[in-house]
Design a protein around this ligand. Structure first.
Ligand code: ADP
Length: 192
């Protein structure tokens, strides 16, 4: 299974990604988590991307694509993977398409988690209080929403036109969304 999960900041991507990856027995790869790991450890990459991420901007495509390519080349991705937070730009979409095509591989499904904008901001501010992520403050949240709407939301149409999109309503409890998502992904994969 080769899967993607997309959603606006606060849509619950990370939580549901872990559940989905477990269900299908593939590694969940979160570019946001990889970057945060580098920032915590003050690696050269971490130092390079910290200011951008804290400001709610995207990391440049070439940097992000290199990270993803080297992660996908690891052994545990041979049988599949779930990418959480990649691709986020059209450039990254083309990069991934080419990466997979070169290996005779393709995607099985792209999950899009949809949550109303007002609910998103509320969730992010709650998370800010709980986890203390530097990019979960009101100004940065606003900027992340804008960047998402401008750069990432259009990707949904791309995957829809390829017949890969599984559009999941992300409102409700974590468990409700998870069950809804499992049912829809199972059905999508069965029908292919
Ligand atoms: P969220 O979706 O909740 O904002 P993520 O953990 O997915 O959080 O990402 C956090 C930040 O990491 C993003 O705002 C962005 O700065 C950076 N980032 C993650 N993935 C990518 C990507 N594919 N391309 C560019 N920047 C990325």
């Amino acid at each position: 299974m080769r899967l993607l999960i997309m959603g606006a900041p606060g849509a619950g991507k990370g939580t549901q990604a872990t559940a989905l990856a477990e269900r299908y027995g593939v590694p969940a790869i979160s570019t946001g988590d990889i970057f945060r790991h580098h920032i915590r450890n003050q690696t050269p990459l971490g130092i390079k991307v910290k200011a951008l991420i804290d400001a709610g901007e995207y990391v440049p495509d070439d940097v992000t694509e290199e990270i993803v390519a080297s992660r996908l080349a690891e052994d545990d991705c041979a049988g599949g993977f779930l990418l959480d937070g990649f691709p986020r730009t059209m450039h990254q979409v083309h990069f991934l398409d080419r990466y997979l095509a070169d290996r005779g591989q393709s995607l099985d499904a792209v999950v899009s988690l949809h949550v109303e904008p007002d609910a998103l901001v509320e969730r992010l501010l709650t998370r800010a209080a709980l986890e203390g992520r530097a990019d979960d403050n009101a100004d940065t949240i606003r900027r992340r929403m804008e960047v998402y709407a401008g750069q990432t939301a259009p990707l949904i149409f791309h995957y829809e036109s390829k017949g890969l999109l599984v559009d999941v309503e992300g409102t409700g409890s974590v468990e409700d969304v998870r069950e809804r998502m499992f049912d829809m992904v199972d059905a999508h994969v069965r029908e292919r």
